[in-house]
Design a binder for this molecule. Sequence first.
Ligand code: PMP
Length: 400
Amino acid sequence: VFAHIVQAPEDPILGVTVAYNKDPSPIKMNLGVGAYRTEEGKPVVLNAVRKAEQLLVNDVSRVKEYLPIVGLAEFNKLSAKLILGADSPAIQQNRVTTVQCLSGTGSLRVGGEFLAKHYHERTILIPQPTWGNHIKVFNLSGLNVKFYRYYDPETRGLNFQGLLEDFESAPSGSIVLLHACAHNPTGVDPTPDQWDQIKQLIRSKSLLPFFDSAYQGFASGSLDADAQPIRMFAADGGELLVAQSYAKNMGLYGERVGALTIVCKAADVASRVESQLKLVIRPMYSNPPIHGASIVATILRDRNLYDEWTVELKAMADRIISMRQQLFDAIQSRGTPGDWSHIIKQIGMFTFTGLNSQQVAFMTKEYHIYMTSDGRISMAGLSSRTVPHLADAIHAAVTG
Ligand code: PMP
């Protein structure tokens, strides 16, 4: 009965690692997947996470019972505080519901399914380009995915005019997906002034903002600064959704820990929304896993662990920023034609190099450098040792 099934293509992002793993070359580099690596190219478990896990292991009163459908209550509370701010009026007024979900992806999916079931407008606008999984997640949630203009390849910056025009002409009430910071894949974020204009337009057109926050603290090194756009929207008392991930900022990739927060206009609405979120979650995976959420709650509740975490987070962000400078300098010193200043201007884990798919294929074949075909490279996969090899490859791809 299954003989007719055709081979599915590899995931465009995770498939890069599959190809990388097959390459026997000792000089190969994987700049595809967005996971942090140390200067030595190794994955890292943060000290704050190790200590939290030790506390959890030592506590013999802890059991492995099921969590409620919405997850660990303390984790949810602390996650809302982390993203909306400790003094958030929306939290104080109980207008917020937060449910623990399976990392950022699961939070987006639960939010998407909830909106498809209960919100009056099915259109969701997502940026062009965006993280590839957004399209599939929202389509399969039952929403109609449309794009808004975001990136301008000419300036390698934001197409702000195009964005405003597309929001202006969207059906009233449309959902708009916004990357909270460190836009993936472009590394291009609106300025605070532009955010303000975006907010005014969204509110005046009654569009519904759905923030994807996969990099809080990872962009600038400051948890508060990276949450600013979200807090600005929450400050006017209007509704919003936010999908939070702890994959990058706590390095908890495989623990699949994240949260969906929905800010409502009144406490009774938030409570009814939560009751419906439970109906979305229960038939999907019943309830979320306990370990990752317990690690996060342990760190967020303890002043010392929290401080240690923020120092480690800043160090990761700073290493990425320093890789940008080193790569830029290396390309400059080779005299590679073109303006490469976008490498130091872009924000977050990725550089959108502007290299085309033929140049990427050339770099993979000749230099054993692996990245997505849109020319996105993960800066977190680079080190001082590997920068020269990448700069050589870029120079050859551009001049060859
Ligand atoms: N959104 C964006 C923009 C991302 O880059 C990612 C991770 N690559 C995610 C969401 C989701 O990641 P996760 O499910 O691992 O939290």
